[in-house]
Design a protein around this ligand. Structure first.
Ligand SMILES: [Zn+2]
Ligand SMILES: [Zn+2]
Length: 495
């Protein structure tokens, strides 16, 4: 069988170049055309062959992950995979992201001096919303109640952008995925570097937020459950008992960091209402500190390297939590989903429950693309989609009021009185009625003066884990305790 050209692989080789490499005899082979072309361009033909072999490697020399494994799981084994199987990576990333060029935030150099500050992380209490007899007055302040107004429901066309979004946007969240240079991704790493990761992430919080560190293994069951309900810990992280940790914000400024979820770090910042820019502004400061405290995996072309190529580049997910009762009732959320997917490349999904019904008519809009767009552009696209989604919701609500206003008013009022008089409320029942309570508060048709955001707080306070934590000193029937909390909050007539 003839030997083909090492460069083009098409024509028969006629030029042979023998050399010793690692004490082994190797032969480079070229066709006449390739050989003369390379020499004419001033390229050493041997280098060209080595470069091509490197680019077409099927296995990462650093961690042993194969391209086949990546194809099946969509997960790399280590940051070096991105260099070691370059051609495959570029093809895969281009298919997923429609780009192979990072244009967002760049790496800030690792600063050994920052790292050398020896700070032992403290295991302070984790603050969780928890009910006690006089807690309500502390948890619910003046801002959570609005004075009764002569409230008239405005149509979508009459609304300013703020009026459109403020009733339906619950919170805004930005998260960044980051990894340590040279360290295998969490599912392939061992315990060796765990403490380094934690202390680096903790050190980065200095001057930014009051960080409280917990290893997953050190969390009580009810605490872990509460952190999952608050979207501070994900299920995959909760399952990483061996090498998982979380940093919680003691000062209530919305920060948290998941350590060894899919990536080494998932930093996030959540703010109330519609304000992705503010969430990013805060997180960006922490992120810059993190880069100084740990050498992070970064590629000049592809940006921040992540375990899954769907996050590579900015590593950013900007998401907004929305309350969409009218669209949800009309069964129109999925239609809107398709529009947004096509127009903006965004996803919208129910909160808790992939593809299934969402809890309390709550949905989340977020970006899919993380590469080829900078952080500002990603945020702007999500913002634009949120405003449009809120407009659709308002129009759906107008229709609903026009068509079945009386029946709806009746339903909302029943829910209100059900919540204010029930002696037992299981969680399912509670979420159904509290969604009506919130809609009633938005429309201004119920006796409650709670704002929609305050009602979200009530929901958190009544979650299964919150009730479990509150019940540690109470030993009551959970449904009875939940009913007591709801009554107390709704009966608080501060205005
Ligand atoms: Zn050739
Ligand atoms: Zn690798």
């Amino acid at each position: 069988m003839p030997r083909f050209c090492d460069v083009c692989g098409e024509r028969e080789a006629t030029v042979f170049d023998r050399t010793l490499k690692n004490n082994e005899q190797v032969t480079y082979a070229y066709c006449e055309a390739c050989y003369t072309r390379l020499l004419k361009n001033g390229v050493n033909p041997r280098f060209e062959v080595d470069r091509m072999r490197f680019f077409h490697s099927n296995v990462c020399a650093n961690c042993g992950t194969t391209t086949r494994e990546v194809g099946e799981t969509l997960l790399f084994g280590c940051p070096e995979c991105y260099a070691n199987m370059r051609a495959h990576v570029l093809e895969l990333v281009n298919g997923l992201q429609g780009s192979t060029r990072h244009v967002g935030k760049r790496l800030v150099p690792f600063d050994l001096n920052a790292r050398n500050r020896n700070l032992k992380y403290a295991g302070n209490e984790i603050p969780l919303l928890s009910y006690s007899a006089d807690a309500i007055k502390k948890i619910f302040g003046q801002n959570d109640y609005i004075a009764p107004t002569n409230h008239r429901f405005k149509s979508a066309d009459e609304c300013t952008e703020d009026e459109l979004t403020s009733p339906f946007v619950m919170s805004s969240r930005v998260r960044l995925a980051r990894n340590v240079k040279g360290l295998p991704f969490p599912r392939k790493m061992d315990a060796h570097n765990f403490e380094d990761e934690i202390s680096g992430a903790y050190l980065a919080s200095k001057g930014i937020f009051d960080a409280r560190v917990r290893k997953i293994s050190a969390l009580e069951k009810s605490q872990l459950k509460a952190l999952i309900e608050r979207h501070i810990v994900s299920l995959p992280l909760a399952n990483n008992v061996e090498l998982g940790a979380v940093i919680v914000d003691g000062g209530n400024t919305g920060f948290s960091v998941m350590i060894n979820e899919e990536d080494h770090f998932r930093e996030q910042c959540v703010v109330d209402g519609f304000n992705l820019k503010e969430a990013y502004r805060r997180l960006d400061a922490y992120d810059t500190n993190l880069m100084k405290c740990l050498p992070l995996a970064y590629d000049e072309q592809l940006g921040f390297l992540t375990a899954c190529p769907t996050n590579v580049g900015t590593g950013m997910r900007a998401s907004v939590m929305l309350f969409l009762p009218a669209l949800s009732r009309a069964g129109a959320v999925n239609e809107a989903l398709d529009v947004f997917k096509k127009r903006y490349g965004l996803t919208i999904r129910g909160v808790f429950g992939e593809g299934s019904d969402s809890v309390g008519d709550t949905y989340q809009i977020s970006n899919c693309t993380t590469l080829g767009l900078d952080e500002k552009t990603i945020i702007r696209q999500v913002e634009e989609a949120v405003v449009n989604m809120c407009r659709l919701e308002r129009i759906a609500l107008e229709k609903l009021l026009l068509r079945e206003g009386q029946a709806m008013l009746d339903e909302l009022t029943r829910s209100y009185y059900f919540l204010t008089t029930a002696n037992r409320l299981d969680y399912q029942e509670f979420t159904e009625h509290v969604s009506n309570l919130k809609l009633g508060a938005i429309l201004g048709v119920l006796p409650t003066r709670l704002t929609p955001l305050a009602i979200d707080k009530l929901v958190l306070l009544c979650s299964p884990a919150s009730i479990e934590i509150a019940n540690k000193t109470r030993f009551e029937n959970p449904s009875a305790l939940r009913a007591e909390i709801v009554r107390a909050v709704l009966e608080d007539k501060r205005l």
